[in-house]
Write a protein that binds this ligand. Structure first.
Ligand SMILES: *[C@@H]1O[C@H](CO)[C@@H](O)[C@H](O)[C@H]1NC(C)=O
Ligand SMILES: *[C@@H]1O[C@H](CO)[C@@H](O)[C@H](O)[C@H]1NC(C)=O
Ligand SMILES: *[C@@H]1O[C@H](CO)[C@@H](O)[C@H](O)[C@H]1NC(C)=O
Ligand SMILES: *[C@@H]1O[C@H](CO)[C@@H](O)[C@H](O)[C@H]1NC(C)=O
Ligand SMILES: *[C@@H]1O[C@H](CO)[C@@H](O)[C@H](O)[C@H]1NC(C)=O
Ligand SMILES: *[C@@H]1O[C@H](CO)[C@@H](O)[C@H](O)[C@H]1NC(C)=O
Ligand SMILES: *[C@@H]1O[C@H](CO)[C@@H](O)[C@H](O)[C@H]1NC(C)=O
Ligand SMILES: *[C@@H]1O[C@H](CO)[C@@H](O)[C@H](O)[C@H]1NC(C)=O
Ligand SMILES: *[C@@H]1O[C@H](CO)[C@@H](O)[C@H](O)[C@H]1NC(C)=O
Ligand SMILES: *[C@@H]1O[C@H](CO)[C@@H](O)[C@H](O)[C@H]1NC(C)=O
Ligand SMILES: *[C@@H]1O[C@H](CO)[C@@H](O)[C@H](O)[C@H]1NC(C)=O
Ligand SMILES: *[C@@H]1O[C@H](CO)[C@@H](O)[C@H](O)[C@H]1NC(C)=O
Length: 484
C-alpha cells in the first residue's frame, strides 16, 4: 500500500517536473535541393539530465534519427539529394523524451517547417571601398564589387557537389561578364544612371569529365561579323539531353538562344527569368541555378565639404559661414558646436537632420563664450556621409581699444571736474570782489542820488571818456564790468 502511494507521489512529482520542460525547433532553411539542412532543438530550463531527441521529417523517403544527450541543445543535419526530393515545403517534428524507470516518456513535441527550393537562395550584394552598400546606390567611377552571398549550407553544397560554378552577369539584359567566384568587379561611369543587374549562378553538379573524353559541340552563328560562342561541356551525353548551343552576338549585345528543351521550362528554371529569353546558360537537370537581380542607381558621393568665412570673431559678433559640398541630392545635414578643439572621427551623428537639395547652406551662430570653438558639419546623401570642421576663435576687445574706451571718458570727466572746480573758484573770487565794489557803490549811490536818466547819461559819458579818467575808481570798476 505504502509502495503504491509512494509510486503515485513519485509519478505526480515526475509529471510536474516533466511538464515544465519546453522545447522549440528551428532550421537553417530555406535551402536548394541537394544541400543539407540543420534542425536545432533547444530545451529551455533543462536540468542536465539525459534527454532523448527523436527527429522525423515528412519528406519521401523519410528521415528519422534519435539522440540521447544531456545537453539542452541538439542538432540534426539531413541531406536532401536532388535525385530523390522535389522543391516544396516540408515539416520536421521532434519528440523530446525523458527516462522514467527505464521507459522513455514523451515530455515535449515541437515541429518546424522548411522549404527546399529549386534554385539557390541568398542575396546579391554590392560593396564599394570594402564597405557593404546598405542600399541600391553606388558611387560613380569607383569599382563596385557585386557578389552573390549564399547561405552556408548552400555554399557547402556547391563546394561538395559542383564541379564548376559560373556566374553570368547581365547589365540591362546584356551579358557583361562571367566569373567563377560568384563576384563581379565593375565600375559605373554614367552618373545618375539606373541599371538592371542580374546574376545567374550556374553550378554543374556533374563531376569534371575525364581528360580523355573530348566533347565536340557544333556552333551555329548568326550572320554577324563578330560572335562569341559559349559552349557547354556535356560529358555524359548518354544520360542527358544534349546541350543546346547558344550564341552571343556582339553586334546587338543580345544573347540569342537557339533552342530550348521543354524540360527546362518548369518552375524555377532560369528560363522564367526576366532577361533569360536571350540567355546563354546551360540548361539541364544536372545544374543548380541561382538568379539574383537588383536595380542600382549610380550617384555622386558627398566628396568634400568646404567651409568658408571669417573664423576669427570679435566677442559678440555673429558667426557667418558658408558650407559648400558636391554630390547627388537629397542631402541630410546637421551642425554641432563644440567648445575648444575637436578632432573629427567621421562617425559623428545627429539626432535630427535637415534635408536639402541644395549643395550649400549658410551657417549663422552666436557664441556666448569667448573661447575657441569647433563647428562640426555633417553632410550625407544616399551614398556617403562626410564630416568636416572649422575652428572658430573668439577674441575679446584688444588692450588698446580698452584703454581708449576707458581713458577717454575718464579724461573728459576729469576735465569737466576741473572746469567745474575752476569755475566755482573763479565765481567765488569774482563775487567777493563785486561785493566789495557794491559796498563802495552803495556808499557812492547814497552820497549823490541820481535818477535813472542821469545815471544812463553818466554811464554813457563814462564809457566815452573812461580812457582819460583812469584814476576814477568808479570808471575803472565800470571798465571792469564792461569787460566781463
Ligand atoms: C552530446 O552532444 C555533444 C555535442 O553535440 C557531444 O559532444 C556529446 O558527445 C554528446 N553526448 C552523448 C552522450 O551523445
Ligand atoms: C548547431 O547548428 C547551428 C546552426 O547550424 C550551429 O550554429 C551550432 O554550432 C550547432 N551546434 C552544435 C552543437 O553542433
Ligand atoms: C515556403 O515557400 C512558400 C512559397 O514560396 C512560402 O509561402 C512559405 O512561407 C515558405 N515556408 C517557409 C517555412 O519558409
Ligand atoms: C576592381 O577593379 C579595379 C580596376 O579594374 C582594381 O583596381 C581593383 O583592385 C579591383 N578590385 C578587386 C577587389 O579586385
Ligand atoms: C553530386 O552528387 C551526385 C549525386 O549524389 C553525384 O552523382 C555527383 O557525382 C556529385 N558531383 C560532384 C561534383 O561531386
Ligand atoms: C564587341 O563590341 C564592342 C563594342 O561595340 C567592341 O568594343 C568590342 O571590340 C567587340 N568585341 C569583339 C570581340 O569584336
Ligand atoms: C536543342 O534542343 C532541341 C530540343 O530539346 C533538340 O531537338 C536539338 O537537337 C537540340 N540542338 C542541339 C544542337 O543540341
Ligand atoms: C521574353 O519572352 C516573352 C515571351 O516569350 C516576351 O514577352 C518578352 O518580351 C521577352 N523578353 C525579352 C527581354 O526579350
Ligand atoms: C572646395 O575647395 C576646393 C579648393 O579650394 C575646390 O577645388 C573645390 O571645388 C571646392 N568644392 C566645392 C564643393 O566647392
Ligand atoms: C587632434 O589631433 C591632433 C593631431 O592629430 C592632436 O595634436 C590634438 O591633440 C588632437 N586634439 C584633440 C582635442 O583630440
Ligand atoms: C567612432 O569611431 C572611433 C574610431 O574610428 C571609435 O573609437 C568610436 O567608438 C566611434 N564612436 C561611435 C559613437 O561609434
Ligand atoms: C528635392 O527634390 C526632390 C525631387 O526633385 C523633391 O521631391 C523633394 O521634395 C526636394 N526636397 C527638398 C527638401 O526640397
Amino acid at each position: 500500500m505504502a509502495y503504491i502511494f509512494s509510486l503515485i507521489c513519485l509519478s505526480i512529482y515526475l509529471i510536474n517536473d516533466v511538464e515544465s520542460l519546453q522545447m522549440y525547433v528551428t532550421n537553417n532553411g530555406p535551402s536548394v535541393i541537394g544541400s543539407k539542412i540543420t534542425f536545432t532543438a533547444v530545451v529551455t530550463d533543462y536540468s542536465n539530465e539525459f534527454l532523448k531527441y527523436s527527429f522525423y521529417d515528412n519528406a519521401q523517403p523519410q528521415h528519422d534519427q534519435s539522440f540521447i544527450n544531456s545537453t539542452g541543445i541538439m542538432n540534426w543535419t539531413v541531406e536532401y539529394p536532388k535525385r530523390f526530393y522535389e522543391a516544396g515545403e516540408y515539416t520536421t517534428t521532434v519528440f523530446l523524451m525523458k527516462n522514467f524507470i527505464g521507459i522513455w516518456i514523451n515530455v515535449a513535441t515541437s515541429s518546424t517547417t522548411f522549404n527546399l527550393t529549386e534554385s539557390l537562395n541568398g542575396n546579391l550584394r554590392m560593396s564599394q571601398s570594402n564597405k557593404l552598400r546598405p542600399n541600391r546606390y553606388v558611387s560613380v567611377n569607383q569599382p563596385v564589387i557585386h557578389y552573390v552571398q549564399l547561405p552556408d549550407n548552400e555554399m557547402e553544397f556547391l563546394k561538395r557537389n559542383a564541379s564548376k560554378v559560373v556566374t553570368y552577369w547581365f547589365k540591362d539584359c546584356t551579358l557583361i561578364d562571367q566569373t567563377t567566384d560568384l563576384s563581379l568587379n565593375y565600375t559605373y561611369t554614367d552618373l545618375m544612371g539606373d541599371h538592371y543587374i542580374e546574376a545567374l549562378v550556374v553550378a554543374d553538379n556533374l563531376p569534371l569529365p575525364p581528360l580523355t573524353t573530348t566533347t565536340t559541340s557544333t556552333t551555329t552563328t548568326t550572320t554577324t561579323t563578330t560572335t562569341t560562342t559559349i559552349t557547354t561541356p556535356k560529358p555524359h551525353t548518354s544520360s542527358l539531353p544534349p546541350a543546346n548551343v547558344t550564341v552571343l552576338s556582339n553586334n546587338t549585345h543580345k544573347l540569342v538562344r537557339r533552342s530550348v528543351s521543354s524540360k527546362s521550362k518548369k518552375v524555377g528554371s532560369p528560363l522564367n527569368f526576366v532577361c533569360y529569353n536571350t540567355s546563354i546558360v546551360p540548361i539541364g537537370d544536372t545544374y543548380t541555378y541561382g538568379h539574383y537581380q537588383e536595380t542600382i542607381s549610380v550617384a555622386d558621393p558627398v566628396a568634400t565639404i568646404n567651409i568658408t568665412g571669417l573664423n576669427w570673431l570679435q566677442h559678440g559678433d555673429l558667426l557667418r559661414l558658408n558650407v559648400k559640398y558636391s554630390g547627388t541630392p537629397p542631402f541630410q545635414y546637421c551642425v554641432q558646436y563644440k567648445v575648444g578643439q575637436y578632432n573629427v572621427t567621421g562617425n559623428e551623428t545627429c539626432n535630427t537632420m535637415s534635408t536639402t537639395n541644395s549643395t550649400e547652406f549658410p551657417l549663422i551662430h552666436y557664441f556666448s563664450g569667448s573661447d575657441q570653438h569647433t563647428v562640426v558639419v555633417i553632410v550625407e546623401n544616399l551614398l556617403t556621409k562626410n564630416v568636416s570642421r572649422a575652428t572658430i576663435n573668439i577674441y575679446k576687445v584688444t588692450v588698446h581699444a580698452q584703454l581708449s574706451v576707458i581713458v577717454v571718458p575718464v579724461v573728459f570727466c576729469l576735465l569737466a571736474v576741473i572746469l567745474v572746480v575752476f569755475g566755482i573758484a573763479f565765481y567765488q573770487h569774482r563775487s567777493r570782489y563785486t561785493i566789495e565794489v557794491a559796498d563802495f557803490d552803495f556808499g557812492q549811490a547814497h552820497l549823490d542820488y541820481k535818477t535813472f536818466t542821469e545815471r544812463l547819461r553818466d554811464s554813457f559819458r563814462n564809457a566815452l571818456n573812461f580812457r582819460h579818467d583812469d584814476t576814477d575808481p568808479l570808471t575803472s570798476n565800470a571798465r571792469y564790468d564792461s569787460m566781463t
